[in-house]
Every structure is written in C-alpha cells, then in structure tokens.
Design a protein around this ligand. Sequence first.
Ligand code: CUA
Length: 329
Amino acid sequence: MNPQNPAPPPQISIDTVWLPKQNSTLAETVDFSWDIVMFVSIAFFMLLMGMMVYLAIRYRRHSEFDVTSDRDHNARLEWTWTIIPLAIVIALFFVGFKGFLYASVPPAEAYEINVTAQKWSWTFTYPNGVVTNELTVPAGRPIKLIMSSTDVLHSFYVPEFRAKRDVIPGLYTTLWFQALEPAESTLFCTEYCGGGGEGQQGSGHSAMWTRTHVLTEPDFDAWMRSQEDDPNLPPAQKGAKLSVTRGCAGCHSADGSKGNGPTFKGLFGRPEKMSTGQDIMVDENYLRESILQSQKQIVAGYGAIMPAFEGQLTDKEVTYLIEYIKSVK
Ligand code: CUA
C-alpha cells in the first residue's frame, strides 16, 4: 500500500459488464470505436468459423475414390471478400480518426494543470501554485494536463475518463479531458517503471496510483481555497505538507517503518552509516544535500534511487522540509 495514500484506492467504477463507467466527453467516442471494432470482429469470427465448419462437413471426403475439384479460382468471390473488408477498415479509420482529432486538440479555454511523474508518485501543480499529489478537477470544464517525468517513462491513465498518455522525461506531453459528473476514481501509472527494493512493499510501479476527485464547480472553488497556502502555518507543518505533495512520504515513513528510504522518525541528530562505510551526523546541511543532490551520499543498505531535487524545490521549501524532519521524533 502506498504510504501517501493509506486508504485503499477507489475502485474503477463499472456499471455494466462491458466497459468502465464513462466520466468524460471523450469516453463516448472511444467506446463507440471500441464497440464497432468488437462487433465487426465478433460477426466475422462467427461467419468465418461457421463457414469453415460447414464446408469441412459438407465437402468432407466420402470415400477413398473421392477426387478434389479442379476449380481453383473464383474472381467474383475474391473481389467480394476484398472489397467488403476494405470498406469496413476504411470506415473504421474515419471513426477512429474523428475521435483521435477530438482527443488531440484541447480547447483553447482549457484549465491547465502541470503533472510531474517520478518514481513512484504523481505531483499536480495548479495555475495558482497549489501543489497536490491527488488530482482534483471541476466537472464540466475542459482540463489540459501538461505532463513530464523527472526520471523514467511513466504513463497517465484514468479508465473512467478514457484518458491515457505517456509521461516522458525531458519532454512535455499533453492530454485533455472534460469530466461529466462528480466522482472519485483511480489514476494509474500504466508504463512499467521499476519496482521497489527487495522486501519493500508499497512502492514501485504497481503502487504508483493516486486518487482523482471530480468536484462540482463550487466544491472545486472551495477545495482550492482550502489548499492555498496559509502564511501562518509553522514551517514544520508546511514541510509536512510538502513531504506529501512532493512525494517524500512515499519512501520515507514518519512512524519508523521501513520504506525505500530511511524513516524520518528520529533521523535528525543521529549518526548514519553511509554506503562508503563513513559515519555522518544527520544535521541541516546533510539533509539539504540529501534532498538536492540525493545521489552524493547513500545511507548503507538503501538503493541509489531517490531523484535529485536540485532546481525543483526553492530554498524556503528545503528549509520547511528540514524543519519537518527535525520535528519527527
Ligand atoms: Cu510510473 Cu509505472
């Protein structure tokens, strides 16, 4: 279980035996193409298998003296079975292309959210600077996601939205959708992006899911106000918030339990053994270096898997995180 999301993920909502519930304007188009392809495939499968079985029985060898017909060609039949499937695949192309165009061109007025993927968490940055690790969007408004990865290939996927696109390091990919109604669903990573270390549960590709909340417009506004930074919050509490939104909590527990990285509990002021055999006292400067240049000093027994946050966190944010780590005793 992902420590960032202690509750189990909401299920994919399925209201039929067929596809998940539709919760975006794109879903109908996608499902239409899917249904047609499925229907055509099933119809042809039954037709072809039926004919094969029928002909095998009808023209089976009756006796040792049966001879095979010398007919080897029927132009009319061959034209028929060439033209009909060709017409069908051309029609399917246009059905798919129409949906592809719709999915590829976000409306100009779309609300933009930046998405950052990293091993193994999602970060969402809203236009006003609010940062979260769960995706919250208003229903009925087009949303454009501008996505990038800080490490390896990931892929954004919300089944109910029928929205899926690769998230790539060093490149922005975009994806847009417009949710239909308030609901909660699960966002998955669908590109295998590595596993947690041995015996380290709750991390790795399979744990790289988060929640998606679709809210009504007024609820969304209220939620956004609640997220905006409270200037009166003590630094350690700001750091605690950052630890969740920036993905630290995904690997570093606050309760002493073992994760991909050392727990924050009791970390400050303690000597730690490095992979080089050296002992280092955990102080502010050590923590700062471990956050910004995470590969420099690795605590013995842990993999060098933490992304470096150089250029991704401000000095203030690093200070808040250090204050938070100091406060976890
Ligand atoms: Cu990220 Cu799989």
